[in-house]
Design a binder for this molecule. Structure first.
Ligand code: SAM
Length: 332
């Protein structure tokens, strides 16, 4: 095969949306939930999920090719370890996220967004992703369960750095239901954490978290765009600013700067893109452009954004994963 043929194959494979749709159909139909440990047949699964057996059989075979099921010669369907992640009862399940069709349809008007229009999600769904969620309690619960799990996975490799750098009193700003707060509280018996987020999100903080950590942990409703708790040593802002375009992100940072005192630090947990050259995290940047109108940023872009809000970038710590800690202090 010559180089151009290989490139044609590579691009065609990348362009294929079928694998993503197969994962969606398996998830939304709850197929993995109907496969017991000993396996089942396509006919039994089809009856349980209410689909055509022949078509479900083809879906199962396609999903087998993606490593979700194993089908033996007798036709018994079993889940692979990857397949268990599409079960509702599996800790860390991806089923709810993969069942969200709006994440797929949101990409329809993407070229319009690149042209300068609103986020593709808003164009496709007639509302922003966050406004849609605040009117849909089920979606809010699903989103925050996902964010909590994501925080515990993605921030873990930064924990030793955070525990060294953080003051004893930390504010986890816009911290969702406390995934990051929990990591800190479990990582160091001396640290005290105040979690803040919008009232409807604070209402979802697991009650046992409040019980377990006693007076080392509190959860307070608050709008970070109106003001933050004043005078703490360390503020954390995890995966928030990438949701926002530069003007709005700068406004949030200015609000943070107003609440900080000279010794305070604000630590952003965010992706730091390569200044130049290919970087797989650039796909995350496309997700932000499409879904929220936000963006991922390079170190230089973080420094400029901080500077526009009266803050200085002091240090960037790269963990083992895709998220880094970007340490900001008040300028001057
Ligand atoms: C992408 S989530 C990140 C959650 C958490 N920091 C984490 O790392 O998992 C963005 C968070 O910002 C919160 N948020 C959005 N607007 C806010 C506001 N005006 N004041 C406080 N929190 C806000 C959302 O409720 C949500 O929890």
């Amino acid at each position: 095969m010559n180089t151009l043929d290989e490139e044609r194959r590579r691009l065609t494979e990348m362009f294929d949306i079928a694998p993503s749709r197969v994962l969606y159909a398996v998830s939304v139909l709850g197929v993995a939930d109907r496969v017991p440990p000993g396996g089942s047949t396509v006919e039994r699964i089809a009856a349980a999920v209410g689909t055509d057996a022949q078509r479900l059989g083809r879906l199962v075979r396609a999903a087998e090719t993606l490593g979700i099921f194993r089908v033996d010669a007798a036709g018994t369907v079993r889940l692979t370890p990857a397949g268990t992640l599409l079960r509702s009862d599996q800790p860390g399940s991806l089923r709810a996220e993969f069942s969200d069709n709006a994440l797929f349809t949101a990409w329809g008007p993407f070229a319009e967004t690149v042209r300068g229009g609103a986020p593709s999600y808003d164009l496709a769904n007639g509302t922003s992703i966050f406004a849609g969620m605040s009117g849909d309690p089920g979606a809010l619960v699903t989103f925050h369960a996902h964010m909590r799990m994501r925080a515990q996975q993605l921030y873990r490799s930064l924990l030793p750095f955070l525990l060294r750098r953080c003051a004893e009193d930390v504010v986890d700003l816009a911290g969702g239901t406390g995934g990051l707060s929990e990591l800190l509280l479990e990582g160091d018996a001396a640290v005290r954490v105040t979690l803040t987020d919008l009232p409807e999100v604070i209402a979802l903080v697991p009650p046992d978290m409040l019980r377990r950590h006693g007076d080392r942990f509190s959860a307070e409703p608050g709008d970070m765009r109106a003001g933050i708790p004043r005078g703490y040593g360390t503020y954390l802002l995890g995966s928030v600013l990438h949701d926002w375009a530069d003007d709005e992100a700068a406004e949030i940072l200015r609000c943070c700067a107003d609440g900080m005192v000279p010794g305070s630090e604000l630590i952003l947990l965010e992706r730091v893109l390569a200044e130049s050259g290919p970087d797989p995290r650039r796909m995350g940047d496309m997700w932000m452009m499409a879904m929220t109108g936000g963006r991922e940023r390079t170190r230089q872009e973080w420094a400029e954004l901080a500077g526009s809000a009266g803050l200085t970038l002091r240090h960037v710590h790269h963990g083992a994963g895709e998220i880094s800690a970007v340490v900001l202090g008040r300028s001057g």
